[in-house]
Design a protein around this ligand. Structure first.
Ligand code: NAD
Length: 518
């Protein structure tokens, strides 16, 4: 059935009750939550802890131990032992069927403890329940997809071929060994799954470095991994700051591969560190997504759909829309409808029924967004909704109003990723002009075209300099389809969620065998 504008609503909170088991997990018997290394909880030799808070209320949820150089070294040793097995069958020689059985057990345990993991996402991550529930379903979706890939894609020796007289050759594909996933705060459960499942199923042992703002779900998954029966050291979790724990991981030469998701600046710095000692890397980074709205689109309907995408996790979504280029015949109606949508967003605490725009993750983000709103105006953007701080009665969180700016071709008022319900709208005279402006960006993660003419939409979507082109949808992901970035938004690596992802977690070597000379 065709959608009407009224059907399109922002992601919305249902009333959320925090389970006692979550509180119990966070309290940890009065002790800070340790990292998980070699199957044990580790307090850390630095004696350093940090607090993780609810961004909507600033309530401290848990105290967490920070892992330093010694703990990273310990985790690498534990992961190496688990990989090789030391006399026993290591993870690298564990059959695919056995790896799959353990992954499936872990998924079952996550589903058993859904309430706790949802609380991690809603309370620690600051998400509304509608989005958190969708994120939670990705655990199973991702695991099942990569279990199928692991069954299909052989790791090991290729059939031999004769390459010269008396010389045979074959390729040998094998896991890297110890690989690390460095995870950002905006989609902790999703991005931990997207890293962990393909890395484990292809035979690697893993270090998970959650973001300092959202360490709880990875720590809980690490605890469940032990219960599921993963051998100690196969899954290690190292909480801490990026410049401490993350940096130590990047500097450790025995971490053979790093999957980084986060901001381009940090990804570039880690890449340089890794390159000094030959650690390979894949990177999934930020975006500044464009949407092109053609003149045949219903301005109200499309403005609401784009508004929903822009406000996904309050705009803290890497691939979402922040730059709109709209046919000037419908631009006034489009801007009116987008303003109505943004003005109608219910700003509130993310656990309260009906909230659509909650607090951003921390005070740094709040300042960054405010600064970006001011810079947009200073660069020539015309404020329709200027943004600014928002008040939520009785809540001491990092709240901000949505922002909407009108701009014009040639006015580059929105060049960087602004992680909030924030968009600039630029009226254009043709689709070609829109495409040229959309592609005039260093980022290249996801972009979309909105039109009734699907063939034209597809032809345009293929012209984006982005990892994902979409027609009449945005923020679309599916297992089996590569999700990655071009420009400063990604690479190297073949993106996530596809067969190439699985192959990224392996390396291939050539083996030549000549007859004995004599
Ligand atoms: P960030 O780059 O600040 O941090 C990401 C991770 O890197 C965190 O775990 C952090 O602790 C760690 N880190 C920071 N400095 C480090 C260092 N020097 N060495 C090693 N590790 C370090 O990013 P963020 O603010 O947590 O997340 C938001 C960013 O992530 C946005 O740019 C967003 O677009 C991007 N993102 C991209 C995708 C994608 O799939 N392309 C998905 C989600 C988020």
């Amino acid at each position: 059935m065709a959608k009407s504008p009224a059907d399109i609503q922002a992601f919305t909170a249902s009333a959320f009750t925090t389970s006692d088991k979550f509180t119990e997990f966070c309290n940890n018997g009065g002790k800070p939550l340790g990292g998980i290394i070699g199957g044990k909880s580790v307090a850390g030799s630095m004696n350093a802890t940090f607090q993780t808070t609810d961004p909507g209320s600033q309530e401290v949820l848990a105290t967490v131990c920070e892992m330093g150089q010694a703990e990273v070294a310990l985790a690498v040793e534990a992961a190496s032992r688990a990989y090789c097995g030391e006399g026993k069958k290591g993870w690298k020689n564990t059959s695919v069927a056995d790896r799959i059985a353990l992954v499936k057990k872990l998924v079952e345990l996550c589903e058993r403890d859904r309430d706790i993991l949802l609380a991690c996402e809603v309370r620690d991550g600051g998400k509304v329940s509608e989005l958190a529930e969708g994120d939670f379903r990705q655990i199973r979706g991702c695991a099942e997809y990569f279990c199928g890939v692991a069954e299909r894609i052989p790791v090991g020796d290729s059939p031999p071929m004769e390459v010269a007289d008396g010389v045979q050759a074959f390729t040998h594909r094998e896991p890297w060994g110890v690989v690390a996933g460095i995870i950002p705060w905006n989609y902790p459960i999703v991005l931990t799954s997207w890293f962990m499942f393909p890395a484990l199923l292809s035979g690697n042992t893993v270090l998970i470095k959650p973001a300092e703002d959202t360490p709880l779900s990875a720590l809980y998954i690490g605890k469940l991994a032990e219960e599921a029966g993963f051998p100690p050291g196969v899954i290690n979790v190292l909480p801490g700051r990026g410049e401490i724990t993350g940096q130590c991981i990047a500097e450790h030469p025995e971490v053979r591969y790093i999957a980084f998701t986060g901001s381009p600046g940090v990804g570039q710095a880690i890449f340089r560190t890794c390159d000094r000692h030959g650690t390979r890397m894949k990177r999934e980074m930020g975006g500044n997504g464009a949407a092109i709205v053609l003149g045949d689109a219903d301005p109200e309907l499309v403005a609401r759909m784009i508004g929903r995408a822009t406000n996904q996790h309050f705009g803290q979504t890497c691939c979402t829309v922040h730059r709109v280029f709209v046919d000037d015949k419908i631009s006034d109606d489009f801007i009116d409808a987008q303003r109505t949508f943004f003005e109608g967003l219910k700003i509130g605490y993310q656990v309260d029924e009906g909230t659509q725009l909650g607090a951003v993750v921390n005070s740094t983000q709040q300042s960054r967004v405010l600064q970006a709103q001011q810079e947009t105006a200073a660069r020539g953007g015309d404020a329709i909704l200027p943004g600014g701080l928002a008040d939520v009665s009785g809540r001491d969180g990092f709240y901000l109003k949505p922002a909407l700016y009108r701009t014009a071709p040639g006015v580059k008022c929105n060049p960087f990723e602004v992680f909030h319900a924030f968009a600039t709208v630029c009226p254009v005279s043709s689709a070609e002009e829109a495409m040229q402006l959309a592609n005039d960006s260093a980022y290249g993660l996801g972009a979309s075209v909105w039109t009734q003419d699907i063939d034209r939409g597809v032809a345009l979507a293929k012209q984006f300099r982005d990892g994902t082109g979409q027609v009449n949808c945005h923020n679309t992901v599916a297992y089996g389809m590569p999700y990655g970035g071009q420009g400063i938004s990604g690479g190297p690596g073949g993106g996530v969620n596809c067969e190439e992802t699985f192959l990224d977690y392996t390396q291939v070597k050539a083996v030549y065998v000549a007859n004995y000379p004599g």
